[in-house]
Design a protein around this ligand. Structure first.
Ligand code: ARG
Length: 458
């Protein structure tokens, strides 16, 4: 039976009921709804709606219900209750009879549903931070193992300057650290309890909402009941966090897909995260990475969808707000999965150091070094840049690398060039010289790894 039967003489059309019901997705909030209900029952004691004895009975029944749903959350789906709030109330009444009917005094599903979702978000943020932590850890460990793996770094997907695989890993470590910080910021703002805001205008039972908030583990209670029941900023922030982080993961995936291509052959992915082709026996496809890259679409879609749903909603609660959950659940599940999959890909990735090194030597990735060398000999950078440009054209014509040109050939571009140029043009020199903070020098990378390990407490 619906919670609002009294005013109605006709049953809901089945098609409308299916359209309106949210149990099929908000059943995931069972635990939070029960915990919120226990706290609410305590608040009802303080305003003399429930006796201590009644509250104890309700709390016990609610805890039994919690046990039951934790054993098998899916059982909830058997019910035809409209939503998780109706389901919990129905079950409670089945257990304790008329006493159960007192629980909803002074409360609305409007403050209840947003409280439940906020409680769920708080738990989910902790889980996400843990999953991100594991991926950050994998990145740092992989970086540590590949500090000597020199490879080309790219701009415009053109070989630009040599880097190391470790430096590449640490770039993603930084992005994921920011993702963690963003979640922590979001948590601070959402940690405010809406419970006791009623349907929209506040509850008519004079209770200490701050105390109620503390019972639920919130830092404080909301200031304005209209805002409290219709605020979904936390949903938008989490979706935004997910979308940004998924953008990072999609770049990670795309880089590795390129590194894994037959053309680059810098890395080899494990059989555990690749699949074959039904037709072409030679193929080993980077499906895990392609799915990570692709799934960013649904997460950005969820963010966009939620923004559009919430836009222009009049205060306060409107049923449109029920749409918050499917977007959020799908996006956060997807994010979790992709984070875990990215860590799995790193687990036994192989780096073909020879192919990486060969590629780093090609493409005139040391041209900047030659320009810097000329600068050190007193030539202004702009002029040096021009001279090296000509030298590169000459070397391309001879199908040689810069360091393969003879001293005489080099001198033709600038007489200041001497024999000491060859050590400057080596890959090692390219790396070592970039020793200012954040650069690719082995010493910088080493200290970045050390710092990351301190941050991760490993
Ligand atoms: N299932 C609803 C939701 O998720 C609960 C709130 C319903 N409130 C109402 N007045 N119909 O938003």
């Amino acid at each position: 039976m619906a919670l609002w039967g009294g005013r109605f003489s006709q049953a809901a059309d089945q098609r409308f009921k299916h359209f309106n019901d949210s149990l099929r997705f908000d059943y995931r909030l069972a635990k939070q709804d029960i915990i919120g209900s226990i706290a609410w029952s305590k608040a009802l004691v303080t305003v003399n709606v429930l006796s201590h004895d009644e509250q104890r009975k309700l709390e016990q029944a609610l805890n039994e219900l919690l046990n039951l749903v934790q054993q098998n959350p899916q059982q909830i789906l058997q019910s035809d209750a409209e939503d998780i709030h109706s389901w919990v109330e129905q079950k409670l009444i089945e257990k304790v009879g008329d006493l159960g009917k007192k629980l909803h005094t002074g409360r609305s599903r409007n403050d209840q549903s947003t409280t439940d979702l906020k409680l769920w978000c708080k738990e989910e943020i902790k889980l996400l931070i843990d999953t991100i932590h594991q991926l950050r850890q994998s990145l740092v460990i992989t970086a540590e193992q590949h500090q000597d793996a020199v490879m080309p770094g790219y701009t415009h997907l053109q070989r630009a300057q040599p880097i190391t695989f470790a430096h590449w890993c640490l770039a993603y470590y930084e992005m994921l650290t920011r993702d963690t910080n963003r979640l922590q910021d979001t948590l601070k703002r959402l940690d405010v309890s809406p419970l006791g805001s009623g349907a929209l205008a506040g509850t008519a039972y004079l209770m200490d909402r701050e105390q109620l908030a503390t019972w639920l583990g919130f830092a404080s209670a909301t200031n304005n009941s209209l805002d409290a029941v219709s605020d979904r900023d936390h949903v938008l922030e989490l979706l935004n966090n997910a979308a940004i982080s998924m953008t990072h993961l999609s770049r990670f995936a795309e880089d590795l897909i390129i590194f894994n291509s037959g053309e680059a052959n810098f890395v080899e992915l494990s059989d555990r995260v690749t699949s074959g082709s039904s037709l072409m026996p030679q193929k080993k496809n980077p499906d895990a990475l392609e799915l990570i890259r692709g799934k960013v679409g649904r997460v950005v879609g969820a963010l966009t969808g939620a923004l559009v749903t919430f836009k222009g909603l009049p205060l306060a609660y409107n049923k449109d707000l029920q749409e918050d959950k499917e977007h959020l659940f799908d996006a956060l599940d997807t994010w979790h999965e992709c984070l875990a999959m990215a860590a799995l890909v790193l687990e036994d990735i192989k780096i073909n150091t020879d192919a990486c090194q060969q590629a780093a030597k090609q493409g005139y990735a040391n041209a900047t070094e030659l320009a810097d060398y000329l600068v050190a000999k007193g030539i202004p950078f702009r002029e040096a840049h021009h001279i090296v440009g000509e030298a590169v054209v000459g070397a391309i014509a001879k199908q040689k690398a810069l360091e393969e040109l003879t001293l005489d050939e080099l001198k033709a571009y600038s007489p200041v060039i001497e024999n000491d140029v060859y050590s400057i043009l080596s890959l090692n020199s390219c790396l070592v010289k970039r020793s200012a903070k954040g650069g690719v020098s082995p010493e910088q990378v080493k200290s970045a790894i050390k710092l990351a390990k301190q941050q991760l407490l490993i």
